[in-house]
Write a protein that binds this ligand. Sequence first.
Ligand SMILES: NC(=O)c1ccc[n+]([C@@H]2O[C@H](COP(=O)([O-])OP(=O)(O)OC[C@H]3O[C@@H](n4cnc5c(N)ncnc54)[C@H](OP(=O)(O)O)[C@@H]3O)[C@@H](O)[C@H]2O)c1
Length: 348
Amino acid sequence: MVNRTDTSDELRGRVAMVTGGNSGMGKEISLGLASMGATLVMVSRDPGRGEAARADVQQRTGNPHVELLIADLSSQQSIRRLVHEFEAHHDRLHVLVNNAGASLPSRVETVDGLETVFATNHLGPFLLTNLLLPVLTRSAPARVVTVSSGAQAMAKLDFDDLQGVRSFNEIRVYNQSKLANIVFTYELARRIAGSGVTANAVEPGFVKTNLKVPFPYSIFSFMRGKAVDGAKPSVFLASSPEVEGVSGKFFNNKGAPMQSTKSSYDESIARRLWAVSAELTHLGATTSAQSSSGWPVLPKAMRSRTTWARPSSRARWTASSPNRSRMASIAVSRRSLRGRVSPEKRPS
Ligand SMILES: NC(=O)c1ccc[n+]([C@@H]2O[C@H](COP(=O)([O-])OP(=O)(O)OC[C@H]3O[C@@H](n4cnc5c(N)ncnc54)[C@H](OP(=O)(O)O)[C@@H]3O)[C@@H](O)[C@H]2O)c1
């Protein structure tokens, strides 16, 4: 992958949201999108870490349009509030990067009584994306990018114990959530085909971040690459004209389409996961994608609970910002990946 040598304004006037934007790859993805001029909404669960990251992204890119919203993606109420707060200030969303993710050594339940890794890594992106589909569709062309993992290859969706109640294994539960990211992405792409919104998943590689790597994979921690490199395929999918209109694909860390595990292509499994997820997130048949009667509508009571975490200070966007060219190194140009997605792989 060839890096850019300067910044571009490719995303100027476009609105992007990145979850888990305060650390690891999410922060690098945020830097990449902000350096291309996007109006960026970084989502963090912690106000302190979130504001520190937002201010840093703003300062290093010189982009004044870097905002912060606070949400715990393991909590459905928090996700609904996030969407409400976003929509109170933006009527367009062109890019959603579902990046936030976690791995836990033991079974912990969320405020909704769900297993935390499954809730954060799969149900969170499922609910957030579905709730944002109306604004994404209004903003089309728009893109949804979900950060999965190569771990999907070792996973199986266990519908008898999706939440590790009978037995909990850290690696199995994490891998399953990353396979769910892909199954969800493929099913979403089928359901929203023709809407102008695309959905793709990405495997960022084995990257050094705050994500805890359990034994025995921890033995290979010395092989972990840089977060900035793990962010590149997501930035590419979120921004490059090369993948305009490409949907329902899984991309590797070089930005090339790759096969996911066989079961991920099973549409009956995908429909089943969608139905279970819709039930667990209380997204009724009429309020999730493929609804014939319209898009999700928030309950009235929820619409009134708004606290907007706007940035406290705003720098000016200047062409002479000393950090623009440095940050540009992760913004993947259309040149860098030209030819990666062959026309025959594009949906007709
Ligand atoms: N690192 C790798 O080798 C690797 C490989 C394949 C895939 N991935 C995937 O890459 C994505 C990014 O992870 P990373 O490696 O960059 O790890 P990271 O540095 O730990 O970043 C994860 C981000 O997700 C946030 N997050 C976790 N739980 C959350 C919750 N309940 N609500 C809101 N935000 C939450 C974290 O917030 P806090 O800072 O508050 O914890 C953090 O900002 C994840 O989806 C992960 O599964 C990573």
